[in-house]
Design a protein around this ligand. Structure first.
Ligand SMILES: NC(=O)c1ccc[n+]([C@@H]2O[C@H](COP(=O)([O-])OP(=O)(O)OC[C@H]3O[C@@H](n4cnc5c(N)ncnc54)[C@H](OP(=O)(O)O)[C@@H]3O)[C@@H](O)[C@H]2O)c1
Length: 289
């Protein structure tokens, strides 16, 4: 298998990354399986790991996913310097009505503190790519972005990204972060295409568009029938429908990346093959948007 590589700012990294969230939040596998999943992904050529300060179980110890990524990288025998590790600040886990939820905190002082804790948990002086995870309605977006800029200026992060951002926010981030902004990570999948305008805008700016929950999320696809045409193409090509979904996303533009989640090695090993899969024009039309 040849792994498709694409340019993201100063990095050359795999177009299919590993979304590490599921390895440390509710429903996570045991730690050994988590590490094995990351190792096998890296061995197969994956060069992008996506984590966040907030990827831990509600009520449990914080930053467990960043620590898992570090443990996996420390014990991996391959070329560590080739691996782009992206993390995010701006979210934390909370309980609302006794249910685990995701809360936002975009205050500059929180972002700065959390980013430094992320670097520490990852065991690096400089984070490769630091995303601002989600706009905080209680904090002017500009103020959160200025905190991210100060983190790049200080050397805590090499490059910056934003996540869950609309077009106006993307433009504001461009004006505040300039060329240090290299990626926008938004939800995009066959069951979530409303971010296509943002995908186009980001690609036209020459930035990376990273699709989160590219397979519709690990709990349950909201609209299973939407995946039927992907199953049909997959049946004809003799591959999993998930590979077809990921290849369809990568075919939207050369600036697109996908970070499918996995709870075990088998799924990410299959997903990595999507970079190799060519979907012809008729099938792209059949799959629609
Ligand atoms: N920026 C944000 O706000 C944000 C929000 C959510 C997620 N994310 C990022 O996006 C990443 C992925 O999202 P996600 O995990 O929610 O959803 P996802 O990638 O859409 O779906 C993951 C699910 O798909 C299954 N799967 C993956 N590849 C497969 C394959 N080739 N064949 C069959 N099944 C396959 C996995 O199965 P198994 O469980 O069997 O392995 C898992 O249950 C997260 O890890 C995180 O890094 C970012």
């Amino acid at each position: 298998m040849t792994v498709l590589m694409r340019k993201m700012g100063p990095f050359e990294t795999s177009a299919v990354g590993l979304g590490c969230m599921g390895l440390s939040i509710e429903g996570k596998p045991d730690e050994a399986t988590g590490i094995e999943t990351i190792h096998q992904a890296l061995d197969a050529g994956c060069r992008q790991l996506d984590t966040a300060w907030s990827y831990y179980e509600s009520g449990g110890p914080e930053q467990t996913n960043e620590r898992l990524v570090r443990t996996a990288l420390d014990s991996w025998k391959g070329p560590r310097s080739e691996v782009l590790v992206a993390t995010k600040v701006g979210h934390y886990r909370d309980f609302t009505d006794g249910r685990p939820t995701w809360a936002v905190d975009g205050r500059p002082e929180s972002l700065i503190r959390h980013a430094k804790e992320s670097a520490q948990a990852l065991g690096v002086d400089t984070i490769d790519l630091l995303y601002f995870h989600r706009p905080d309605p209680k904090v002017p977006y500009q103020e959160s972005l200025e905190a991210i800029r100060s983190l790049v200026e200080e050397g805590v992060a090499r490059t910056a990204g934003i996540s869950n951002a609309d077009i106006a926010q993307i433009d504001m981030a461009r004006s505040i972060l300039g060329d240090d902004l290299v990626a926008v990570q938004n939800q995009f999948s066959p069951t979530f295409t409303s971010s296509f305008e943002e995908l186009r805008h980001v690609a036209d700016l020459g930035l990376a568009f990273v699709c989160w929950s590219p397979l519709g999320g690990f709990r349950k696809a909201k609209d299973e029938a939407r995946y039927d045409p992907f199953r049909q193409v997959a049946g004809r090509l003799g591959v999993s429908y998930q590979q077809v979904v990921l290849a369809w996303e990568l075919a939207q533009d050369e600036h697109v990346f996908v970070i499918p989640g996995a709870h075990r090695p088998g799924t990410i090993l299959d997903s990595l093959q999507a970079g190799d899969l060519q979907i012809d024009r008729e099938d792209m039309e059949r799959l629609g948007r």
